[in-house]
Design a binder for this molecule. Structure first.
Ligand SMILES: [Zn+2]
Length: 486
């Protein structure tokens, strides 16, 4: 009995002690804690702004948002940054890049910090011939061994036999599909990517089903012998490239039937989709699609660069200072493929680009989640890593999306898709501290995302001079690599 009373009083004593410590902050600050004060904090969920507040960051996390005077104690004055007149947004997400080129390992490694310098703190790599290397970099970045954006990656993508892409996981039947999915599970990829260059519709559909069964997100292209609805019905996570949506402006079902019966060829089917495009039919299809939860990564900038190749001069693009000669040599592949284009072909390319871009406000209105993704890749001519995400955002604005919708496409929409919105992509306590501090207001003009004053990546503050130093290192590395390979 006495023992019980003793234990009881012990418990009471413990409760009392914990009560007296209640006024102390919930967190204990490290020497590395930083405080960013007086900036305008943008809530990307609803466009609200919060003025004259301070953001307390420590150990990679946002700890608190409140009054400067209340938060400054315990933070080294050297780690207090005045953001008066600045605008603070979450770090940007590029939801479609390819870190690629088996002979471009050093080149790609040198470009990883460039993403940070451009305010791109998260990237979704949509598979490449460097799959295993990208997976290793994903872990190295996570463990702070190298500086780069947080990576989500598909590793390698599923395709049919002899696809045009290098080092795909090529499958001919369900048995090979199972083997490749085993491999992707072993790799611990963040999603499965499937494309349609040589993969027939039925096996494509089976691949979606089997990947979903294993709990993967599945993103990719849409085969010409399947309807978009058939793929979406299997739980496809996101359609990559808005060009596929042009099919919805026609009677897609009947065109797919004609193709399958051999009445028309693939090329003819594609021509029909463009020639028959009807906006009202498309809008009705978008409404239906909007109810399924599917997302779309439009990747406008790649198509734009190719369509306007004859008008735009890229010779003096400043970004080429970061790209080795071996990297940009890949650009010739697509330029070569277009070398015999007639003036009519060129005009058709431009018309098609404009029609695709025009779809964005309709897609947004229908409730289809739009993901900002550049398709930056060595093989994608003039679609530069990091910079092209900002160009994509400007194209979204030109197409008629509002700056807030565009910010959402490059922050919360990506995080929601990847299932990490509870820990990333907004400026709130207990979220990962990835922030971009801008010198002008992105809610007025999205071009402000290019007006970068500072970047906070995983809780680490980089001022403009430090970002410029990162870029200088990348420039020097390019010169060095070019010289070594001469
Ligand atoms: Zn791509």
């Amino acid at each position: 009995m006495k023992k019980t009373i003793f234990i009881l009083s012990l418990i009471i004593a413990l409760v009392l002690t914990s009560c007296t410590t209640e006024n102390k902050p919930k967190y204990k600050l490290s020497d590395q804690a930083i405080l960013v004060h007086n900036g305008t904090i943008i809530n990307v969920k609803n466009g609200d702004v919060l003025k004259d507040k301070a953001i307390l960051i420590d150990s990679g996390m946002i700890k608190s948002i409140g009054n400067y005077d209340a938060l400054k104690s315990g933070v080294n004055v050297k780690h207090q940054f005045d953001a008066t007149g600045k605008f603070i947004i979450p770090g940007l997400w590029d939801m479609h890049v390819h870190i690629e080129g088996e002979d471009l390992v050093e080149d790609n490694l040198a470009l990883l910090p460039v993403f940070i310098a451009y305010g791109v703190t998260t990237v979704r790599d949509m598979a490449s011939d460097l799959g295993e290397q990208v997976l290793a970099w994903r872990d190295d970045i996570e463990q702070d061994k190298i500086l780069g954006p947080q990576l989500f990656t598909a590793g390698r993508k599923l395709e049919g036999i002899n696809s045009i892409w290098k080092r795909d996981l090529e499958i001919a039947n369900e048995e090979e599909l199972a083997q490749m999915l085993d491999k992707l599970e072993y790799y611990n990829v963040d999603l499965v990517k499937i494309t349609e260059n040589t993969l027939p519709g039925p096996l494509f559909l089976k691949s979606v089903q089997e990947a979903k069964k294993r709990g993967f997100m599945v993103s990719g292209h849409i085969p010409i012998d399947l309807t978009i609805q058939e793929v979406v019905d299997e739980g496809f996570t996101s359609i990559e490239h808005a060009s596929y949506l042009l099919r919805l402006g026609s009677d897609e079902q009947s065109i797919v039937e004609k193709l399958k019966s051999g009445e028309i060829t693939k090329a003819q089917a594609n021509e029909l989709y463009t020639a028959n495009f009807n906006q009202d039919i498309a809008n009705r299809a978008y409404q239906k699609l909007g109810k399924t939860g599917i997302a779309i990564t439009p990747t406008l900038i790649g198509g734009k660069q190719l369509a306007y190749l004859d008008e735009d001069n890229h010779e003096n693009d400043a970004f080429s200072n970061y790209l080795t000669n071996r990297f940009t040599a890949n650009y010739q592949w697509r330029i070569g493929r277009m070398a015999n284009d007639t003036p009519e072909d060129k005009q058709a390319r431009k018309d098609r680009y404009e029609l695709i871009a025009k779809q964005l406000p309709y897609i947004q209105k229908a409730g289809i989640k739009i993901l900002a993704g550049s398709d930056a890749a060595a093989l994608n001519t003039y679609v530069y890593p990091a910079q092209s995400l900002h160009e994509e955002l400007v194209l979204f604005q030109e197409a008629g999306l509002t700056p807030l919708q565009i910010l959402q496409s490059a922050t919360i929409n990506g995080a929601e898709l990847m299932g990490t919105l509870s820990t990333m992509a907004t400026i709130e306590p207990e979220k990962q501290a990835d922030l971009v501090i801008l010198s002008s207001n992105p809610l007025l003009d999205i071009k402000a995302t290019q007006d970068i004053y500072a970047v906070i990546n995983d809780g680490e503050y980089f001022d403009r001079a430090e970002l410029d130093a990162m870029l200088q290192i990348a420039k020097n590395r390019k010169i060095q690599l070019d010289k070594e390979r001469d």
